[in-house]
Design a protein around this ligand. Structure first.
Ligand code: HPA
Length: 285
């Protein structure tokens, strides 16, 4: 059997983080491509370069700086990942998702996960925000599930439920906050492919046929592990480019994804701040 990271490695990483932060975080935040500037909003920040944390996967692509930031956002103790590593960079799934295990061991109860995604739904425009209502774990279905390997019952069940992967109460709260702030929010299904190549026009037709509204290369593995560990999840995609059928023969570039991040960040910060303000203390909601 393959060797997998387990509680020993997760604890070792969590211990290094625990020693370097002043607040016990109850909310974890993962920032996607081009969304790193969000971390500048964290107050009282303790920053830990990923390279200082054992087993932590270090991002290799531009647009993903690699540090963990612990501090306060709207008075709430948060742990923010400024940049994430992806499967396509060469890390195995258990390592890609190790940061979520560290959050679990540090007592994080809510994971807010963000990403940059390509819009498949024809109603979507670059710069839109999409509340993730569900996902299609295509790469998991074909064998790349992050829970593959021995199950540690002390971390979660062998066969975790995914019927409500994206917490209904948190989704409702995000919707309410967005409308109060006048921020328009699309809703849709996110699909994760392994990447790093972008989609062909035939890929896009396939993804649309199977019910995806937005496509990216992250998030789903982290969400599966978070749900396995009992964390509640809120997911928001920033639509960086669109892959609509008639336009699918237009090229997609990483620079385009990063540039859209700059447009998305101010609205995403406002929305996340509003959500944190609206969450009752203790994060149980
Ligand atoms: N495809 C896949 N991943 C992405 C895209 C895309 O068009 N845009 C941002 N991440």
């Amino acid at each position: 059997m393959d060797a997998f990271l387990g509680r020993t490695q997760f604890e070792a990483a969590a211990e290094v983080v625990r020693r370097r932060i002043r607040y016990a975080p109850d909310i974890g935040l993962i920032l996607g491509s081009g969304l790193g500037p969000l971390a500048d909003a964290v107050e009282d920040a303790d920053c830990i370069p990923y390279a200082d944390i054992p087993h932590w996967p270090i991002p290799t692509v531009t647009g993903h700086s690699g540090q963990l930031i612990a501090g306060r956002l709207e008075g709430r103790p948060v742990l923010v990942m400024q940049g994430r590593a992806h499967y396509y960079e060469g890390y195995p799934m258990d390592q890609v998702t190790l940061p979520v295990r560290v959050m679990q061991l540090l007592g994080v109860r809510i994971l807010i996960v963000t990403n940059a995604a390509g819009g498949i739904n024809p109603a979507f425009r670059p710069g839109d925000l999409m509340l993730i209502i569900d996902h299609i774990g295509l790469i998991g279905m074909t064998g790349l599930n992050p829970l593959r390997g021995p199950n540690d019952d002390s971390l979660g069940p062998r066969f975790p439920d995914m019927s409500q992967a994206y917490d209904p109460a948190l989704r409702a709260l995000a919707g309410q906050v967005a409308s109060e702030l006048g921020i328009s929010l699309q809703r849709g299904v996110y699909i994760c492919l392994s990447g790093p190549s972008f989609e062909t026009p035939a890929d896009v037709r396939f993804l649309r046929t199977i019910g995806a509204d937005a496509v990216g290369m992250s998030t789903v593995p982290e969400v599966i592990v978070a749900r396995h560990g009992g964390l509640r999840v809120l997911g928001i995609s920033g639509i960086s480019n669109v892959l609509q059928l008639g336009l699918a023969d237009q090229p997609t570039t990483h620079d385009e994804v990063l540039a859209a991040g700059q447009i998305i960040v101010p609205r995403l910060i406002a929305l996340l701040r509003g959500i944190l303000r609206a969450l009752p203390p203790g994060s149980k909601q």
